[in-house]
Design a protein around this ligand. Structure first.
Ligand code: FES
Length: 247
């Protein structure tokens, strides 16, 4: 299988950057997308050229580090699939595949396809935890949680923080990410004692980081590899109002 990658090359945050073409032969349809990029990098090493910088950790759809735009779509052509779980069988022999980094002012480009997503870390630091004392694990059935609530909390907790929601949103809003991180804790009894402080401080930090406002276009939900629902955003807004009035 032979394709031409058109890949965004950029030396650093201040560099202008541009797309560069790389014809690559010897791929198979069973290769993952990242393995195809590995193959290209091996080719560049042999040609004594600088390799392409891209990010990954788990290659299992868990860590959220591998996100890029592929032919204009976050994580490529399929719904609910991360870049690392995409395979070359999703493309045709002879295709041209355009690969770009996330585009958002709050995610500055570090190099090539790697962006700085530490703005997400700073939102998390403001409240995506509970201040329980560590010690022996409590009895699992000590706090009973209705199945419907635990399911909703688990659905929100599935967010892997990849940033596709921000990158795909015309406002570069981080509302889906922030809402998922707030709701998975605020729904549970363990998260209730700090619920008002959590929603106020995390949404404040989201704005401080320069993310745009949510206008409910729904693009984030479509491109989220974990299928996080935008109902989480409506819930976050309601919780924020309640915390402001009564918290
Ligand atoms: S490398 Fe971890 S989600 Fe893709």
């Amino acid at each position: 299988m032979k394709v031409t990658f058109k890949i965004w090359r950029q030396d650093g945050p201040k560099d202008k950057g541009s797309l560069k073409s790389y014809p690559v032969d010897g791929l198979t349809e069973d290769m993952s997308f990242l393995e195809a990029l590995d193959h290209l990098n091996e080719q560049l090493v042999l040609q004594d050229e600088e390799v392409i910088a891209y990010e990954y950790d788990c290659r299992e759809g868990i860590c959220g580090q591998c996100g890029v735009f592929i032919n204009g779509r976050a994580h490529g052509p399929h719904p609910n699939v991360t870049t690392c779980q995409l395979h070359m069988r999703s493309f045709q022999d002879g295709d041209t595949i355009v690969v770009e980094p996330w585009r958002a002012a709050s995610f500055p480009i570090i190099k090539d396809l790697i962006v700085d997503r530490s703005a997400f870390d700073r939102i998390i630091e403001k409240g995506a935890y509970i201040s329980a004392k560590t010690g022996t694990a409590p009895e699992a059935n000590a706090i009973l949680i209705p199945k419907e609530i635990s399911d909703q909390a688990m659905d929100a907790a599935a967010c892997i923080g990849c940033g596709a929601c921000v990158a795909t949103c015309k406002n570069a809003s981080a509302a889906l990410f922030t809402a998922a991180k707030i709701n998975h804790l605020n729904k549970l009894p363990q998260g209730k004692p700090e619920q008002h402080r959590r929603v106020k401080e995390m949404t404040y930090q989201m704005k401080e980081e320069g993310f745009g406002s949510c206008t409910f276009t729904g693009a984030c939900e479509v491109e989220c590899p974990e299928g996080i629902s935008i109902t989480n955003i409506a819930e976050m807004n309601a919780r924020n109002l309640k915390a402001t009035l009564f918290g």
